[in-house]
Write a protein that binds this ligand. Structure first.
Ligand code: SF4
Length: 343
């Protein structure tokens, strides 16, 4: 029987619940080996900052709301949130505790005499499957804490919106009623939470095989640990467009491209790749290259560019997530003379 740690554990937050749904091993590390996670990098921080701005814009749709400053102690946050709830105004970042679970609401909007609508704001261009579990967990916590939740909504970015002047939050956001999807998930939450705590309390790291869940719904930060058993070069996940096949091969104990047997059904391109690895020689389709080059006429233009795609359009006449170039380089080959122009 697995050894259990006997200690008081922090409450299960929504983000940890979502980690647990993705992978129990990931959740175990989050509680037991925090030091194995790398620092948040600039790209991840930029996404979080963008989420913050999107959240604040969404709040403007609920004038007169009360923002609850975050208290690191969930009990204290819950205490002041319950106090603020008495004013029957929109609440931003209100936090509640139920049993071993804790959640902060983006927006709770008072409706009817004593009920609330729960609004979760996402910086995505639509509703994703994992959002239902996210909102259902919140509903479970808030109802458990004594709030009456009438409806659950997901508010996301309307990618058809075109900026003209100041951002218009009413047009920027779209809203979807997800009450039914959340209610369908409610019965399993209590069991999920109990299972997660059982895992967290174990002395030993749970055994979980790598799989598509390592990237779904988010790339797992522990890939550098769990995937480390693969050979450093030519592992089967290098197979061209072959992730599904690679998992099948892994189940059969095949780790390297060079170990793929001839009876494995591969596409033409995969076949070429495997043969190249086995023989240690490149594949060069000289005729194909020549035929292509013969179709080109001087001058040749080589254009490279970088783009940003902000959730909130930065310029007039642009849409959310539209790719906006901000840097380019253009190399021009006129006959055999090489000329470059940098933008
Ligand atoms: S890399 Fe995969 S198996 Fe390992 S913790 Fe992450 S999701 Fe789980």
């Amino acid at each position: 029987m697995a050894k259990m740690k006997n200690r008081t554990l922090p409450l299960l937050s929504k983000s940890k619940y979502m980690s647990g749904l993705q992978c129990l091993k990931l959740l175990w590390y989050e509680y037991n080996r925090k030091e194995d996670f790398s620092e948040v990098d600039a790209a991840a921080q930029a996404i979080m900052d963008q989420g913050q701005v999107v959240g604040e814009l969404a709040q403007t749709l609920f004038p007169g709301g009360i923002t609850l400053q975050r208290d690191p102690a969930p009990d204290k946050q819950a205490e002041k949130s319950l106090e603020a709830a008495k004013f029957r105004k929109p609440l931003f970042e209100a936090g509640f505790v139920y049993k071993q679970a804790y959640a902060l609401a983006d927006i709770l909007n008072p409706v009817a005499k004593d009920a609330w609508d729960l609004i979760e704001v996402k910086s995505s261009s639509g509703v994703k499957e994992e959002h239902y579990s996210d909102v259902a967990f919140q509903k479970y916590v808030y109802e458990g804490a004594g709030l009456k939740i009438r409806k659950c909504y997901l508010m996301y970015i309307n990618n058809q919106y075109v900026r003209k002047g100041e951002i218009e939050p009413k047009k920027l956001f779209a809203t979807e009623d997800v009450t039914k999807q959340c209610d369908d998930l409610m019965p399993e939450i209590e069991t999920n939470v109990a299972d997660m705590f059982e895992t967290i309390r174990k002395e030993d790291v749970p055994r979980v095989k790598i799989g598509p869940h390592c990237y779904n719904p988010h790339p797992c930060p522990l890939e550098y640990i769990c995937w480390d058993f693969l050979p450093p070069k030519d592992d089967i996940f290098c197979l061209y467009s072959g992730t599904k096949k690679a998992y099948e091969l892994l189940e059969r104990g095949v780790l390297r491209l060079t170990d793929i047997k001839a009876d494995v059904n591969l596409s033409d391109k995969q076949n070429i790749q495997v043969i190249c690895h086995k023989n240690g020689t490149p594949h060069i389709d000289k005729k194909g290259i020549k035929d292509f080059l013969d179709t080109l006429e001087y001058p040749f233009y080589f254009l490279d560019f970088e783009t940003i795609n902000p959730a909130i359009p930065a310029y007039d006449n642009s849409r959310p997530f539209e790719a906006i170039p901000f840097q380019y380089s253009l190399y021009i080959v006129k006959n055999s003379l090489f000329e470059s122009l940098n933008g």
